[in-house]
Design a protein around this ligand. Sequence first.
Ligand SMILES: Cc1ncc(C[n+]2csc(CCOP(=O)(O)OP(=O)(O)O)c2C)c(N)n1
Length: 640
Amino acid sequence: MLITPGKLLSQINSPADLKKLEKAELVQLSDELRQFIIDNVSVYGGHFGASLGVVELTVALHYVFNTPYDQLIWDVGHQAYGHKILTGRRDNFHSNRLYGGLSGFPKIKESEFDAFGVGHSSTSVSAALGMAVASNYLDQKDKQHIAVIGDGALTGGIAFEGLNHAGVSDTNILIILNDNCMSIDPNVGALKDYLTDITTSRTYNKLKDDVWKLLGKLSNFGKSAQEIVSKLESGIKTTLLSQSNFFESLNLRYFGPVDGHDLDHLVTVLNDLKNIKGPKILHCVTVKGKGFGPAEKGNATTWHAPGTFDKITGEIHKKVHEKPQPPKYQDVFGHTLVELAKANPNIVGITPAMPSGSSMNIMMKEMPDRAFDVGIAEQHAVTFSAGLATQGLIPFCNIYSSFMQRAYDQVIHDVCIQNLPVNFCLDRAGFAGADGPTHHGAYDIAYFRCIPNMIIAAPMDESQLRDLMFTAQLPRKGQAFSIRYPRGQGVLSTWRTPMEEITIGTGRKIKDGEELAILSIGHIGNYAVQACARLLEKGIDVAHFDMRFAKPLDEQLLHEIFSTFTKIVTIEDGCIQGGFGSAILEFMSDNGYHAQVRRLGIPDRIVEHGEQIELHQECGFDPEGIEKAVVEMLEPVRSQ
Ligand SMILES: Cc1ncc(C[n+]2csc(CCOP(=O)(O)OP(=O)(O)O)c2C)c(N)n1
């Protein structure tokens, strides 16, 4: 279904067209842009509230700055739909996040207007600063570099590292703080409180207003503008010694707060800031979901990425199923953690800014003093968990597989070297789906497998997830325990199964067979079950083992397997290089077995976005792909 853009928006094929509009027309354009986003997302799904919140900012930025020469970097990038639509991707926007379609995030190879690829948060300041330093070096001193970062993304450590460096740089960098008091869930931490304080402080804002009044006249001052700003600033600093500004103390000129929906004012302010050299920050206050009643007034977390909905009533479409559906893995995690925590007072939960996404919110609600949202701070989440473990607590630190990449050193240095029994639950392991390569949980088996003192497990169903979590909270000798599971539903119709211990490093036989053995790990093993059934219909009877652990491997079971089979297929929803299949190859080689091993999994290339099943098919490890691989391996034998 093609969505028709409004009258003005239909004329905008690039920011150059936007610049032809009168300033007075920009409000109408913003309304049309907002409506176009609503029309599209209500039908096709995707991120929503964040893009609506920056409509005016997006229009103003492209109106004032000379993109793509000026570099505009959106932090995380889930709010960049308006940017995509204004930069030549309007007519293709209905393909957003679909297989083969536009990416849901800015991406260098998608458009020259996407200055930097994003998806993981808090990178914009560092990237913009790198570009700004390069521009100085390349003598492009007129070039502007703008990072748009949310108050949520600002809680990430790398953002602070960027600010710290930016403050001592002589660069044309403008950081726009898009402050809507929300992360996906309500934002957390002392910085959030500080931002609220600074937004509501009367004294501070009165003085800042004075600066604004003068700034409006800056163009008349020419070169002396800089001097005037400096004077005013030092005046403010002296007056507000007791209430010093965090950003200014880092040597960043702080402007604002301004109303991020007042387009006219935004255009004026951005034009003024263009003339002020040096690193600076503009604090914009916006409303997530702005302009769409149900999102603006409703639950901002729900409207972060609501799925499809009725754009008139705001009713979110729910899929209707004839049969009861299996629960989502994340919910099984959330409920099971509470169940375990009720029985074991030492259990605590940690999430870096994903209470809803990981279902840690269930524990946060039931046991607020034992479950922590630490902000978008994966590194901190891991080391904080390590600290908790030193005192005998049993942390369950839930981090999406791809976000765990951020905390690799912390896992090695703070957890594994110190033999601390921290439990990691890695949600969204395997293909994330529509979020694409930045969010695929492809690497965790490989990157954890080489770390000593690390146990790596993956459940094939919800009941196993519970058993693994139960096992993980039992006393053990100082190893980390990683349990990975995918986005979406499990396979059982009920999740509240009785829990029992699984001996660490043991697999299980799912099915006997003759000619070949399939070795799977995790939920993807269910595809192997389907493939075995299809093969059986063709008269091919292969064995299937659910290995459950990639580390330690079930060596006893593997000895049996390699003594019986000379053809092995391994399957994992993770990278082939260095992953579970590689572990099997190592076992084979180390023990002097000779078998033909075919490894199925995520290949050594970047796999783009799409439905999970589409990506499994592309990579050849959907049930049909597995069947094909088995048939190919058996072919020479069978045709003899
Ligand atoms: C490293 C990392 N951790 C977690 C996320 C998941 N995530 C995506 S958007 C978001 C909230 C961002 O909040 P903010 O920057 O304030 O933007 P808003 O959505 O409020 O506009 C989070 C936690 C991520 N993208 N990257």
